[in-house]
Design a binder for this molecule. Structure first.
Ligand code: GTP
Length: 378
């Protein structure tokens, strides 16, 4: 930007110096002319010398003022050059907007939107804003024009020259006066890549959290999750005085399935049984793979009898659904041991022990059956 005031002063000073030099020249001519014409007297000569001295002194002052002005101009030019260099090298986009049009954009701003600077200077700023975010941008600009806040920050979706959508973070300062018009200065950064990375990190974080507490084969909770949560369930039950039942189940002769049909078929059976458990679980239940072919259900606010009935319906569902693996259909059964807090155990270890004991009894009694923990444990 050129400082027109400084140029005006300089040309005025130069004009006055020229005018004064002409005055000196005219006076000298007059003295010489008077002397040759024999009209001069001593007073006239004195006055002329005095005037000449005055004019020379004034010329000197003006010369000094001119040099000072040149110095100021040079300083201004240097400051402007430095300012432009900073703007040119800025890693954020910077623009000045007057009447919704670009009055200035730095190279980074043009690079963010992939437009040549000249083309941007012919555009309305809303051409860069996504339709959905136009109201947000308009509202922010209005606030800046109204001088409502020291700084207005917002995030909006914008459109590059090739139509690609990007997300930009914008900071707009309150309007300043440029040539009698309100001008907005906005600083902007393309945060699309940062948002993408943040979303990836978030997704990875969620995936790791999921993997930490789930069994990868069946998608059920794992034993770690059960250990961390059963105690909490029992504490809640104690506080609110309700029963918590647990069901431990184990596929019958599972080793034979592996041996006869292969490990992959065994995996398919484990998955199919897990799906049955998921279908039979309420939102408040915990369905876990306890290990190998052993599974565990925690049923809050459920009596021993209800838990027994629910285990029975799972047993029947498994029988009713032969598991298809490739072109064969595998018939599988499972045994179940049921125990209830507080009757069969007060701690997670005691409760799991009671269910395990009942399961052992079910296996021992010929498998494919549900056995409830018979006697309250001490
Ligand atoms: N396919 C597959 N097999 C597994 C997995 N985890 C454990 N097993 C197998 O499960 C079988 C468990 O066998 P056992 O503990 O003898 O029990 P079982 O054959 O089911 O006999 P009972 O429980 O007495 O009815 C073993 O052969 C393990 O190798 C798994 O993730 N996938």
């Amino acid at each position: 930007m050129i400082d027109t005031d400084a140029l005006d002063i300089e040309s005025e000073l130069r004009a006055e110096i020229v005018r004064l030099n002409k005055v000196v020249e005219a006076l000298m001519n007059r003295v010489e002319h008077s002397a040759t014409q024999h009209y001069s007297d001593f007073d006239q000569f004195q006055t002329t010398i005095m005037l000449e001295n005055l004019v020379r002194a004034r010329t000197k002052e003006l010369d000094a003022a001119l040099r000072e002005n040149e110095k100021i101009n040079r300083a201004l030019q240097e400051a402007e050059e430095k300012f432009h260099r900073v703007l040119d090298q800025s890693l954020v986009g910077i623009t000045m907007i007057i009447d919704d049009r670009f009055h200035y954009v730095n190279p980074k701003f043009a690079a963010i939107f992939d437009y040549p600077v000249d083309e941007l200077m012919t555009m309305d700023i809303m051409e860069l804003v996504s339709d959905a975010d136009e109201p947000t941008v308009r509202a922010a600009m209005q606030k800046a024009l109204n001088q409502e806040l020291a700084k207005i920050n917002f995030v909006a979706n914008a459109v590059r020259r090739n139509g690609q959508m990007i997300t930009v973070e914008v900071s707009v300062s309150p309007a300043i006066d440029i040539g009698g018009k309100p001008a907005l200065i906005a600083v902007l950064a393309d945060i699309s890549e940062r948002l993408r990375s943040e979303r990836q990190v978030q997704a990875l974080h969620e995936q790791l959290q999921y993997q930490a507490i789930h069994d990868p084969l069946t998608g059920l909770y794992n034993r770690l999750f059960l250990n961390e949560n059963l105690e909490r369930e029992l504490l809640l039950a104690a506080r609110q005085s309700y029963e918590v039942s647990v069901v431990m189940s184990d596929l019958d002769h599972f080793k034979m399935i592996n041996d006869c049909y292969g490990h992959q078929a065994g995996d398919a059976v484990l998955k199919a049984f897990a799906d049955i458990l998921k279908r039979h679980a309420r939102a408040s239940d915990l369905d876990c793979r306890y290990g190998g072919e052993e599974f565990f259900l925690v049923l809050p606010d459920t009596s021993l009898q209800t838990a027994n009935e629910r285990a029975e319906s799972i047993r029947l569902a498994l029988i009713a659904q032969p598991i298809a693996v490739a072109d064969i259909s595998i018939h599988v059964t499972a045994s179940f041991g049921v125990a209830t807090y507080p009757a069969n155990g007060l701690s997670p270890v005691a409760l799991i022990g009671a269910a395990d004991k009942a399961l052992y009894l079910a296996k021992d009694a010929g498998r494919n059956q549900v056995v409830a923990a018979a006697q309250p444990l001490q």
